[in-house]
Design a protein around this ligand. Structure first.
Ligand code: GLU
Length: 549
């Protein structure tokens, strides 16, 4: 009996690997085109760090005319949740990052290199495991979990490296006959890789992000096919990224230490290894301590959070590019109006250690992104968000014509308003412009400097009677507020006041604050002239009267 007979006994129906090699030929792509992928597990949660990796992969494939695909790694069936693929697919869609190939719904896919869901690739893994067994590079292991535990304890007690290797790898020395005998007796087994490595030898690896790294060779006989018949991550990675013709593996740096094993697997399988780019995790400053963004502790770790909060997709992408590439910020300064898609992403400009997540910065980008949008764009985005998350805002936006006027205030000019960072800010930033909301609310009027009720009444009354004319242009309008200030004994100009503050109780700004608060209930709003033009005469008079009353 030889290895081939053992392989046939274990996988009698597996195809020759040549079948798969032909079925998934080298891709016909221009020189230098990067093929990369996003390969999450469907655990019902897309981590912002995952989206970050996917964005980097997509940037690289896009700029080189390559292929970005989505592969679902569902070989750990205990961790799987229902509709987990849908969650991943939708998250990519939400961020305009649909893959060129791979899963497109829970069960459907596109592309010629599938199936793109690992649980559907069992026959493929078997073929390659069989191929390794035939060559004596893999073997069945009959050790029970209890035996494994025993080995671990002994290693711990002796303070030596844990794992299944060297003298500890009991089943690696079974003869083909012994193994066949056990199998025929119905003993349970898994398949292990027979590592040719030695711990005292070093390998050199060049990582596209981390640079040159030295590792000891792998000498662990890792599991390649588990008891449930599915492959481990390591084996599936080698087989899939080979057959899907991945040229650049972009993944979390928690996998960096597995590189020696992975290179060995590629080598023993006769595959050309891809390049690797290991990305540092996104970190968070937690009271002075730097730690990974945690799924458990940080709501912003979930991609879903950004959608619920209504942080614009472009802001999130821009922010991620910002922390991904040190030269992004300069590029943005030089090209304030270009789309993020025009940025020339450089993999070697990625930070080697983890970037700090900064919500303030992200929201700041959100404000800039929204400030550049037209009223129509803000309207459409806010409405789409509101439909899902805020009924009241949705109702407010029903009057599209009026809403466009409201959202158009201080927009489309040189210094557009920057008070909206996310779609969930929209309601609060415009609600006072809607009469049915404004008059139904208990407005608390806080007039800042001027607090005497009688004085305020006089200011407002006089404004309605003598100065207010909806048809005034902006200069005229402001002149009249100055006139009003003068009538009330206040300085016409702020400058005059500042030179001799003892001469007046206040200045024109204090008077216009009274008007602003009376009209909106707020001390800070966008341009009051524009606000008044949108509110219109009737609403203005009614609002001033409400304040007087
Ligand atoms: N399923 C693996 C993970 O989520 C993928 C790693 C990789 O991209 O190869 O960590």
């Amino acid at each position: 009996m030889n290895y081939k007979d053992l392989a046939d006994l274990i996988f009698p129906d597996a195809k020759e690997i040549s079948y798969y090699e032909e079925k998934y030929p080298a891709r016909d792509l221009p020189e230098g085109a990067v093929v990369s992928r996003f390969a999450p597990s469907p655990t019902g949660f897309v981590h912002i760090g995952g989206l970050y990796q996917a964005l980097v992969a997509r940037e690289m494939t896009k700029k080189t005319g390559g292929v970005f695909f989505l592969r679902v790694e569902d070989t750990d069936q205990k961790r799987e949740v229902e509709n987990g693929v849908t969650g991943i697919v939708n998250s990519l869609k939400d961020f305009d990052m649909e893959p060129d190939e791979g899963m497109i719904t829970e069960t459907e896919e596109k592309g010629n290199y599938g199936p793109y869901k690992q649980s559907l690739r069992k026959d493929i893994y078997e073929a390659y495991a069989k191929y390794l067994i035939e060559q004596g590079k893999a073997y069945p292991c009959f050790c029970t979990p209890e035996e494994g535990e025993e080995i671990r304890k002994k290693q711990e007690a002796a303070k030596i490296r844990p794992g299944y290797y060297g003298v500890w790898a009991k089943c690696r020395n079974l003869t083909v006959e012994e193994s066949a005998e056990k199998i025929k007796n119905g003993e349970k087994y898994i398949i292990r890789f027979k590592s040719p490595g030695r711990e005292d030898r070093k390998i050199k690896h060049h990582d596209v992000i981390k640079g040159n790294v030295d590792f000891p060779e792998n000498d662990q006989d890792i599991v390649i096919i588990k008891a449930d018949g599915l492959p481990t991550y390591h084996f599936a990675h080698a087989v899939d990224d080979h057959l899907m013709r991945t040229t650049l593996v972009i993944r979390s740096d928690e996998w960096l230490s597995s590189v020696p094993l992975h290179l060995q697997l590629f080598h023993e399988l006769g595959f050309k290894a891809p390049k690797y780019a290991h990305i540092a995790p996104i970190m968070k400053n937690d009271n002075g301590n730097k730690r990974k963004l945690s799924k458990r502790k940080d709501p912003e770790a979930a991609v879903e959070y950004y959608k619920e909060e209504g942080i614009p997709v472009d802001a999130v992408k821009e922010y991620l590019l910002n922390i991904a590439n040190s030269n992004f910020e300069n590029w943005r300064r030089a090209n304030p109006d270009k789309s993020v898609d025009e940025f020339d992403f450089q993999l070697n400009k990625m930070s080697v250690s983890g970037a700090l997540f900064d919500m303030v910065k992200l929201l700041d980008i959100g404000k800039t992104v929204i400030s550049k949008m037209s009223a129509e764009e803000v309207y459409e985005n806010a409405l789409e968000w509101a439909k899902e998350y805020d009924k009241e805002l949705e109702e407010m936006l029903e009057d599209k014509e009026y809403s466009l006027k409201v959202l158009g205030i201080e927009r489309g000019n040189k210094k557009p308003r920057k008070d909206i960072a996310k779609w969930s800010d929209v309601k609060n930033s415009i609600i006072y412009m809607y009469d049915e909301k404004f008059f139904a609310s208990d407005v608390t009027y806080n007039y800042a400097k001027i607090s005497d009720k009688e004085e305020i009444r006089k200011i407002l009354q006089s404004y309605i009677e003598k100065y207010f004319d909806i048809n005034d242009d902006k200069d005229m309008w402001f002149n009249k507020i100055k006139d009003l200030a003068e009538e009330m004994g206040y300085a016409r100009e702020v400058k005059e006041f500042k030179a001799n503050p003892e001469n007046w109780p206040g200045h024109v700004g204090d008077i216009s604050t009274v008007l602003r608060v009376a009209l909106t209930g707020r001390q800070n709003t966008p341009d009051m002239y524009e606000i008044m033009q949108v509110l219109g005469k009737d609403s203005i008079v009614k609002r001033l009267k409400k304040a007087i009353g």
